[in-house]
Design a protein around this ligand. Structure first.
Ligand code: PRP
Length: 207
């Protein structure tokens, strides 16, 4: 599986703000928004473009646009904090939604909502979730997508644990990963170490 780690200094600075336990909810959301722009920018670097003619105030020239805008799929809750920024970068993208809560004991994802187009054949998909921990939530989400015919899926995550990357790679699903960091490990509670805590709670408060 292809893994792209975005180590741009500005991305590292945003991730540092997110890691810092003193960062409040508003500042955490702002840093995630900005980091998302950088991750989606890199995730779409090699997307095919279509040419079109454009008239500048001075002359006619060749312009470009995404040939096949992706479906954006934030994984609720935490992925919601990436959705608007990704959509601003790709305004003609459609958006689907998957809602999952990880059981704190078993660490298994429990689905509570799903809103996706019926067919995804031929459509690239960007799945947005700040955290890849055990990888259970991402694998569950990507199976929903491949069941609908998706064959080109990119997981966009602020940070990832090696265990989650292995789970994703071993799943055999057609996915690549774009992340700002591969952290050290998971702890016994399934939290990424050093990580940033719970990305949902840090954006929206504990539930
Ligand atoms: C977190 C995170 C991922 C998932 C990662 O969400 O946002 O979706 O856990 O864990 P995994 O790789 O082990 O599956 P959580 O279930 O806590 O829900 P939330 O987004 O509502 O906070």
């Amino acid at each position: 599986m292809d893994v792209l780690v975005v180590e741009h200094p500005l991305a590292r600075a945003r991730l540092t703000t997110m890691r810092d336990a003193r960062t409040d909810n508003a500042a955490f959301r702002a840093a995630l928004h900005e980091l998302t722009v950088m991750l989606v920018y890199e995730a779409t670097r090699n997307s095919p473009v279509a040419e079109e003619k454009v008239h500048t105030p001075v002359a006619r020239t060749t312009g470009y646009r995404l040939e096949n805008p992706p479906l954006l799929v934030p994984v609720l809750r935490a992925g919601l904090g990436m959705a608007d920024q990704a959509h601003k970068l790709i305004p003609d993208a459609q958006m689907g939604f998957v809602g999952l809560a990880r059981d704190e004991e078993t660490l298994q994802p429990t689905p509570y909502m799903e809103s996706l187009p019926e067919s995804l054949a031929g459509r690239p998909v960007l799945v947005l979730d700040p955290m890849l921990a055990t990888g259970g939530s991402m694998v569950y989400t990507i199976r929903l997508l491949t069941d609908r015919g998706a064959t080109d899926v990119t997981a966009v995550c602020a940070l990832a644990a090696p265990e989650g990357i292995k789970h994703l790679a071993d799943s055999g699903l057609p996915v690549r990963l774009v992340t700002a960091s591969v952290d050290e490990r998971l702890n016994d509670s399934g939290f990424i170490v050093p990580g940033l805590g719970d990305a949902g709670d840090r954006q929206y408060g504990a539930v």
